[in-house]
Design a protein around this ligand. Structure first.
Ligand SMILES: [Zn+2]
Ligand SMILES: [Zn+2]
Length: 386
């Protein structure tokens, strides 16, 4: 186990156990499955077990390793923490402590050589090459908060036992009880592991290469809806890098983010609490800043535009007005909230109605200015980045 203290270091070195493990499980899962099905067929129990284990282990990583332990975007009760360590461990993606330490480095040093899955070293490196061809001495100084949890430390110290127990022995035992242990090994251990590994790896590779830079155009992290479908909501990676402490990755209500729904639903049951959410206005502000940057960037490419300076002036001035209207809307919304919480006078209903009217008027002003912003972009750039 790699838990010595000291500086985190990297070294180009083939990790043969990892190469053989990833290659072996993939081979048995992908090649073994059609052969097994052709010879023995497939039962409903096998399908259900595979879906259940794939979902539980993937969400152990997304909900638990990532949003709970690495980012502390919410708090969970001890039972849920145990389930996360149990099923997250079964994904065979290292201990929660090591995973969180590496992931915090990814955010802090993104796109530099201290980023464990640095996309600048290539797509394959960010996907899986970093695990197979690089040796990393992890410094756990950045996860001292997690080291206070006896359960997290136990899972780290005895990781092999947790992972093999939850990820191999349990599914094979369930397969044995249903009379098909071989099928359980091929489908519920190997094929399931292949799927969860590859989908998780896509966040570090695909989501740092393809998709939309919705909230930060300088970031290599992108929002990719298809990866979100594969990863229980983790594909909205540009949002996540811009606002890593938010328990949501898909911030719109319709974004496919089952991890967010699970955390929110669990809070209703009292299993999770203190869910961190970035204000709607701060998110909108970031989105507008990204739109403005894209518009200005696109204008720079039009060097032969006859009225370059004038259009630049229009865009800058209008963006400034848009932000002022956003701030005015935010102020009016805060005022309305405080009126709701402080019903102090018998005229409070009138005060409430007046505050509501001010909020709605400020919102309408903002929306109107935003429409003008889109029209301005279309007129002068031929495309709207809104
Ligand atoms: Zn990332
Ligand atoms: Zn993250």
């Amino acid at each position: 186990m790699d838990n010595e203290l000291g500086k985190t270091t990297y070294q180009r070195k083939n990790s043969w156990p990892m190469i053989l493990f990833l290659f072996g499980t993939s081979l048995v899962g992908v090649v073994g499955t059609p052969i097994y099905i052709a010879r023995h067929g497939i039962t409903l129990i096998e399908i259900l077990l595979m879906v259940a284990f794939a979902s539980a282990t993937a969400m152990g990583i997304t909900v638990g390793y990532h949003r709970l332990f690495a980012h502390q975007s919410f708090k969970a009760n001890p039972i849920l923490q145990f389930l996360i360590l149990f099923f997250g461990g079964a994904a065979f993606e290292q201990s929660a402590l090591k995973w969180a330490s590496q992931h915090r480095d990814h955010h802090l040093y993104v796109d530099t050589e201290r980023d464990p899955y640095n996309i600048k070293q290539g797509f394959f490196h960010a996907h899986v090459g970093w695990l197979m061809f690089w040796h990393r001495n992890t410094n756990y100084d950045n996860v001292k908060d997690l080291q206070k949890s006896a359960m997290v430390v136990n899972q780290h110290r005895f990781y092999a036992l947790w992972a093999i127990g939850a990820g191999v022995l349990l599914p094979v035992m369930l397969g044995f009880l249903s009379g098909r242990p071989g099928g359980a090994f091929i489908l519920v251990v190997c094929l399931r592991m292949f799927f969860v590994h590859q989908s998780t790896f896509c966040i570090n590779s695909v989501c740092h290469k393809f998709g939309k830079p919705t909230y930060d155009i300088e970031s290599t992290a992108k929002d990719h809806w298809f990866v979100a479908m594969l990863t229980f909501g983790e594909g909205y990676h540009n949002f996540h890098h811009r606002f890593p402490s938010d328990y949501r990755n898909g911030v719109k209500w319709y974004h496919w983010d089952p991890s967010k729904w699970f955390i929110a639903l669990s809070s209703r049951l009292g299993w999770t609490r203190d869910l961190k959410r970035v204000s709607h206005f701060r998110i909108l502000d970031a989105k507008l800043a990204a739109e403005n940057q894209r518009a200005q960037k696109s204008l720079k490419l039009m060097a032969d535009h006859p009225q370059l300076d004038m259009v630049h002036g229009y865009l800058t001035e209008h963006y400034g007005q848009l932000r002022r209207r956003l701030l005015a809307w935010e102020g009016a919304a805060k005022e309305y909230q405080s009126v709701l919480y402080e019903r102090i006078s018998r005229h409070s209903e009138d005060i409430r109605k007046a505050a509501l009217q001010r909020r709605e008027a400020a919102k309408a002003h903002f929306k109107e200015t935003r429409e003008q912003w889109k029209t301005l972009q279309l007129q002068h750039l031929g495309v709207a980045f809104s």
